[in-house]
Design a protein around this ligand. Structure first.
Ligand code: ALA
Length: 459
């Protein structure tokens, strides 16, 4: 048992001497850039139509609060242990190897499947652009069988294109990222301006067609829209005065995104009947229906640009998790092998690319997003638990940022995330249990014996 809970010594996390240069406003921009993506552009419609109705606004509020509590735990661990570790690293130091494996395995699901989810949304908006210029692509090749077609070819092709780009070692520059964040925000602003003209309060009746149960289920679906805020917490080492600026950065970016989401969701369900929004590009679909062709085209273009970068970042993140786990000996070395010419882990990228593209071609956005959420929520529970365990085990370690109102914050974070997990569909819960079951078998067959810490213990 003690071997399962062996922890990675804190000295193994080389706190890199990064320059502290980020202000609170930089963190807010970073957060908004990482957070806004397919969630608001795609899932708002799906969740309104299938789960919450116009009360999707309340779902956004609830999910935002759950993220805020977890965000404090992320900030505490990343400022104390080191930004480069990520949730997997913090858990290895705090809760031990078995939990680190569980979290790493959940994160593989989160990152891998979220690329599929965003690709499905991307494909919906591409189809929309074609429609706005009068070209109708055959349903059979733009919708998966779960959505009435045969396969989602554009989604599969964009994944394969990104796979090729990542194999070539393409990395995005921060500048390019900032431009895309700006385009995303402009697309949202155009939607807000165009939709305000057509808002009709009658669409909001009934406001709670599926009751409070629906609000909870909606919150569990659109939780996806908030994923990415942990990127802010991992910038702890580069932040000036993290104790003050980190919470400002995290909370302000969460508040800003929550406000944007509530306004977009309120307008979307106010310009179209909620039941018509179960499509893969609801925002421009609704604009087209009220005759705002120019705005619909612009929003679709903005969404396509924004979603492409979200996919690249997530796909890149996936390879980093494989790298970290393989480096610690928990996964075979082949997962961290770097191609001698391109300096990128090509084998992992190609294998993941093929699997992700098949998932995006044949599953629906709704199913895929729920899977991402459950993986992420499980990881969030473990991160909040990590804060409590670390405070007990290492009460005196330096913590540049401390979660306020401890232990209420991590406990509420855990409870809210568990509530959202409970609100997801049973199929998702079962799929997740199967994924975790496979993970645990892999750990005992491979990771446990090959772990670098295990080998060191035997010396
Ligand atoms: N929050 C990200 C999105 O909505 C994952 O695309």
């Amino acid at each position: 048992m003690s071997q399962l809970l062996r922890t990675k010594p804190l000295e193994h996390f080389n706190l890199s001497p990064l320059r502290r240069c980020l202000k609170a406003s930089d963190l807010v921009f970073l957060g908004v850039g990482a957070i806004i993506g397919a969630g608001v552009f795609v899932l708002t419609g799906i969740a309104a139509a299938t789960a919450a109705g116009p009360a999707i606004i309340l779902s956004y509020l609830l999910s935002g609060i759950a993220c805020a509590f977890t965000a404090f735990s992320y900030a505490e661990l990343s400022s104390a242990i080191g930004g480069s570790g990520g949730a997997y690293g913090y858990t290895y130091a705090g809760l031990g190897e078995f939990f680190a494996w569980i979290i790493g395995w959940s994160l593989i699901l989160e990152y891998g499947i979220s690329v599929s989810a965003v690709a499905i949304g991307w494909s919906g908006y591409v189809d929309n652009i074609f429609q706005s210029v009068g070209i109708h692509l055959p349903t059979a090749i733009v919708n998966s069988s779960a959505e009435g077609g045969i396969m989602d070819l554009p989604a599969m092709l964009i994944i394969l294109a990104l796979t090729a780009l990542l194999c070539l070692g393409v990395k995005q520059s921060a500048r390019f990222n900032n431009i895309i964040v700006f385009i995303k925000l402009i697309a949202i602003a155009i939607f807000i301006i165009a939709a305000t003209k057509h808002f009709n309060i009658h669409h909001w009746k009934p406001f709670l067609p599926f009751g409070w149960q629906g609000v909870l289920h909606g919150a569990a679906i659109i939780f996806f829209a908030y994923i990415g805020f942990d990127a802010v917490a991992t910038a702890a080492e580069e932040t000036i005065d993290p104790q003050k600026n980190l919470p400002i950065g995290i909370i302000c970016s969460l508040i800003l995104c929550t406000l944007i989401y509530i306004v977009v969701a309120g307008l979307l369900t106010g310009i179209a009947q909620y039941s018509t929004l179960n499509v893969s590009s609801p925002v421009s679909f609704a604009l087209l229906n009220v005759g705002e062709h120019f705005a619909a085209g612009f929003v679709a273009a903005g969404a396509i640009a924004g979603l492409t970068t979200v996919m690249l970042v997530m796909f890149f993140g996936l390879t980093r998790i494989f790298y970290a786990m393989s480096h610690d000996g928990l996964l075979p070395k082949v997962f961290s092998q770097i191609h001698p010419i391109t300096h990128s882990p090509t084998r992992v990228i190609i294998t993941c690319g093929v699997i992700i593209s098949l998932i995006s071609g044949f599953m629906s956005m709704h199913e895929v997003a729920e899977l991402v959420n459950i993986g992420t929520l499980a990881a969030f529970v473990v991160v909040s638990l990590g804060v409590i365990v670390m405070r007990i085990r290492n009460p005196n370690m330096p913590r540049p940022f401390k979660a306020p109102f401890y232990p209420i914050t991590p406990i509420l974070g855990i409870l809210l995330c568990l509530l959202l997990i409970y609100s997801l569909s049973h199929v998702t819960q079962i799929r997740f249990l199967i994924w975790m079951g496979i993970g645990i078998v892999c750990y005992f067959l491979y990771g446990y014996r090959h772990s670098v810490l295990h080998k060191r213990e035997k010396l």
